[in-house]
Design a binder for this molecule. Sequence first.
Ligand SMILES: Nc1nc2c(ncn2[C@@H]2O[C@H](COP(=O)(O)OP(=O)(O)O)[C@@H](O)[C@H]2O)c(=O)[nH]1
Ligand SMILES: [Mg+2]
Length: 250
Amino acid sequence: MSEPPLSAPRRIAIVPARNEEGAIGLVVAEIRAFDPGLDVLVIDDGSVDRTAARAAEAGATVVRLPFNLGIGGAVQTGFMYALAHGYELAVRLDGDGQHDPSELPKLIEPVLRGDADIVVGSRFAAPPFDGDTDSYRPPLARRAGIRFFAGIVSLLVRQRVTDTTSGFQALNGKGIRLFADDYPHDYPEVEATVMVVKHRLRLLEVPVLMREREHGSSSITALRSAYYVLKVTLALLVGVFRRKAVPARD
Ligand SMILES: Nc1nc2c(ncn2[C@@H]2O[C@H](COP(=O)(O)OP(=O)(O)O)[C@@H](O)[C@H]2O)c(=O)[nH]1
Ligand SMILES: [Mg+2]
């Protein structure tokens, strides 16, 4: 991707961030170094630190939400921005530096080839991560949760998925439109995976490595994980009975 062709689609990187002042500058710089044609949009979701300033200094456009909407609302804001500004390709990366922009070509290429509407970077689709000390290995309880959701979601979408909580993604215009119109709240990625397939968008997983977080701390604590599993499972059940998945445009 270092020399994109002139016909390259207008593209945007959507980066949700909350209190990521330690990491966000480097994240933005790395994305811009990877592909200078990729506009970087940071959604600062009610941070109480210098996240917005650091992102702007590094060259990102920053949308500051007036209060904390949560990851779902922040990500949807990013897709609404992308839709309103006519972007044809979007990538999404976390603001904590765990997603390595040098892996973006794996995500973007299937979208550009027209093989998928949404490509998700999976931490678990690759050959096992044991032995590889550089790769990301979540704690046991979290791995169990990840397997649990991979199982249910694979059944619901009738396609094997291994990582339903990954926020490392690339989407074409169809994907941008869907997520701008409707995006789950709270812990959104699991439900979003189901939504994509329900709307007949083509979902593809590709293996990626994920880096360890070096600054700040994960927003997902042990207690939150329990709430996460319960809430998302209920939401999936409700989703099964939900007739119209996207609110009509007016
Ligand atoms: N917009 C927004 N982003 C959040 C919020 N909580 C976490 N994030 C961001 O979402 C990304 C993933 O969160 P993280 O806490 O690292 O989760 P983990 O990687 O699954 O442990 C990071 O870029 C965070 O800055 C939130 O309330 N709102
Ligand atoms: Mg993280």
